[in-house]
Design a protein around this ligand. Structure first.
Ligand SMILES: C[C@@](CO)(OP(=O)(O)O)[C@H](O)COP(=O)(O)OP(=O)(O)OC[C@H]1O[C@@H](n2ccc(N)nc2=O)[C@H](O)[C@@H]1O
Ligand SMILES: Nc1ncnc2c1ncn2[C@@H]1O[C@H](COP(=O)(O)OP(=O)(O)O)[C@@H](O)[C@H]1O
Length: 299
């Protein structure tokens, strides 16, 4: 018996960041959009907790109990009095690692849903979301997918309706950026950050599926901090714009860069232009919105 769950990456179409809170986190207005790049998490019974990972960047993924997927299995087993989880977790990675696309969060949400199905724990959606929030600020969104406004540290979700498809190109950078380091740089650059608020025009662009309007309203408050720590990203952003992207931004805390295109054909053109520019490691095209954690098979 094994269970496989597919989980999407995300892009933040608005990431409004407030000042640092006493607990070290930042209040956000975080407009998440799930995109069609997926990791797959497979779980099966084993003598003890073991983890394997394949795919691009898998050498950077920890295979011990610090892995977010392992932590998800441990948290679910603990809540249901199952002791240490006897499970083998395999992650087939396709989401860039440490790229600001919530790959680790996706694996946590995937492992949670997979273990729940494997063990028949029958956890409610509310309980799963609660465990997700304990694991990380982005993990609840990986579970639900689609589009959502995340407030608090990003874990309190309000689903958003999306009225059409949006095509994206993602450029992976050589190297990674640490999320805490980017938030620290944000604090240094923006000591007087105002209270974060979702932009009504951006929410309306999502609702109406209006790509030009979305292009005009996307923002990422972490972008100056990411560029300060990783200045060459500016060249990638410029290359994507020159190749026809209608918007170019750093994805979350970076260093992956995200390019919105007018349609699928335009996205392919942007991807070709970026690949030829020599300003990034690899390029992917993806469509949004994408569904959240989905059980693919249990056998
Ligand atoms: C920036 C964002 C945008 O969606 O994602 P990435 O681009 O990294 O994927 C998120 O806020 C990242 O969320 P996530 O990666 O789950 O962060 P967590 O594990 O909860 O926290 C890691 C660290 O990031 C910082 N952090 C995170 C969330 C938040 N609202 N304020 C923070 O200051 C804190 O330093 C925290 O210790
Ligand atoms: N399942 C996992 N997949 C990827 N990274 C993980 C995982 N579990 C823990 N990590 C750690 O989390 C860090 C952040 O990775 P990731 O979630 O891919 O990026 P980001 O937070 O920028 O979206 C990695 O450098 C890695 O050490």
């Amino acid at each position: 018996m094994s269970v496989t769950v597919r989980v999407p990456a995300k892009v933040n179409v608005q990431l409004a960041v407030g000042g640092a809170r006493p607990d070290g986190f930042h209040d956000l207005a975080n407009v998440f959009l799930a995109v069609g790049l997926y990791d797959e998490v497979t779980v099966e019974p084993a003598d003890e907790l073991t983890l394997t990972c394949t795919g691009p960047g898998s050498d950077q993924v920890p295979l011990d109990r610090t892995n977010l997927a392992a932590r998800a299995a441990i948290a679910l087993a603990e809540r249901h009095g199952l002791g240490d989880p006897k499970v083998r977790i395999h992650i087939a990675k396709d989401i860039p690692v440490a790229g600001g696309m919530a790959g680790g969060s996706a694996d946590a949400a995937g492992a949670l849903v997979a273990c729940d199905a494997l063990w028949g724990t029958g956890a409610s959606r509310a309980e799963l979301l609660d465990i997700c929030a304990e694991l990380g600020s982005d993990v609840p969104f990986s579970l639900v997918g689609g589009a959502a406004l995340g407030t608090g540290r990003g874990e309190k979700l309000q689903p958003l309706d999306v009225g059409g498809e949006f095509w994206w190109v993602f450029a992976a950078a050589d190297g990674g950026l640490s999320t805490p380091a980017v938030y620290r740089e944000f604090d240094r650059l923006s000591p007087e950050a105002p209270e974060p608020v979702a932009a009504p025009a951006l929410l309306d662009a999502l609702l109406t599926g209006d790509v030009e309007r979305l292009a005009a309203t996307v923002t990422n408050d972490l972008q100056p901090a990411a560029l300060s720590l990783f200045p060459s990203l500016k060249e990638t952003l410029d290359a994507g714009t020159a190749a026809g992207a209608v918007a170019a931004l750093v994805s979350g805390s970076g260093p992956t860069t995200a390019f919105l295109a007018a349609d699928e054909a335009a996205a392919r053109g942007v991807a070709d232009g970026l690949a030829a520019s020599g300003t990034c490691r690899s390029v992917r095209v993806a469509c949004s919105p994408a569904p959240g954690a989905t059980v693919l098979s249990g056998n």
